[in-house]
Design a protein around this ligand. Structure first.
Ligand code: SF4
Length: 223
């Protein structure tokens, strides 16, 4: 169980899964730069993140910007959407003060792109589900990712394999934070999509100083 002071931001799990160095630069050094992908994501979330928005869609209730946390994972954050699905079963369901009846929790995360081959989005959603489970004491077995580009939902089952990845990532995030060491850069193809590429400088040889590398890059660009 982590104490309140040791909690880390849940949203960082997607950065950590993408690249531990990216996570460390953002969450340990507070570095940030926007690129097209991050700007598109911000615009989408401006429309989604309204905590006062309540919507009834068919028989489901849609709650937005729900605060979540897990002391076991040491993570806290805000979910885009938690849908309440009606059920007659008493087990594995919750009561809500605003809505009579029993409800199954179903988290939904909005993404601006399209489904990816890695499991970054699934891991973030599963972490939210595990937080909801800890808060409400009920299992959360499924959720969905909504992709703006395809305008479709993809349902995600929170399998043991996915939960293991969440636990492993959370543990590594805490270990990295405690070590106070930023992981080394190592250039990969996906670095070209990273908004921090100019801060990280993954192509800089390890034995070259940052200032010399920058001067050299600027000179090469100009000639
Ligand atoms: S540029 Fe590459 S190595 Fe550097 S933080 Fe981004 S993804 Fe990680």
């Amino acid at each position: 169980m982590y104490s309140e002071d040791d909690m880390l931001m849940l949203s960082g799990i997607q950065h950590f899964r993408f690249c531990p160095r990216q996570w460390a630069l953002i969450h340990m050094e507070q570095q940030w730069e926007e690129n097209r992908l991050t700007t598109e994501g911000n615009i989408l979330h401006k429309h989604v993140d309204d905590p006062f928005y309540r919507q009834k869609c068919k028989e489901n209730i849609c709650l937005r910007s729900v605060n979540v946390a897990s002391r076991k994972l040491g993570l806290y954050g805000v979910t885009d959407v938690v849908e309440l699905h009606p059920t007659l079963e008493e087990n594995n369901s919750i009561l809500h003060p605003g809505y009579p009846g029993r409800w199954i929790l179903y988290p939904i995360e909005y993404k601006h792109g399209r489904p990816k081959k890695n499991q970054i989005d699934e891991v973030q959603l599963a972490a939210q589900a595990m937080c909801l489970e800890e808060i409400y004491g009920v299992p959360v077995m499924k959720g969905a990712l909504y992709y703006e580009q395809t305008k479709r939902r993809v349902e995600v089952c929170f399998t043991e394999q996915l939960r293991d990845i969440v636990q492993d990532c959370a543990l590594q995030m805490h270990n990295t934070y405690l070590s106070a060491r930023i992981p080394q850069a190592s250039y990969q193809q996906f670095c070209d999509k990273c908004s921090l590429i100019n801060i990280c400088m993954p192509l800089k040889p390890k034995d070259m100083s940052a200032s010399y590398y920058l001067k050299k890059s600027l000179y090469e660009e100009a000639t």
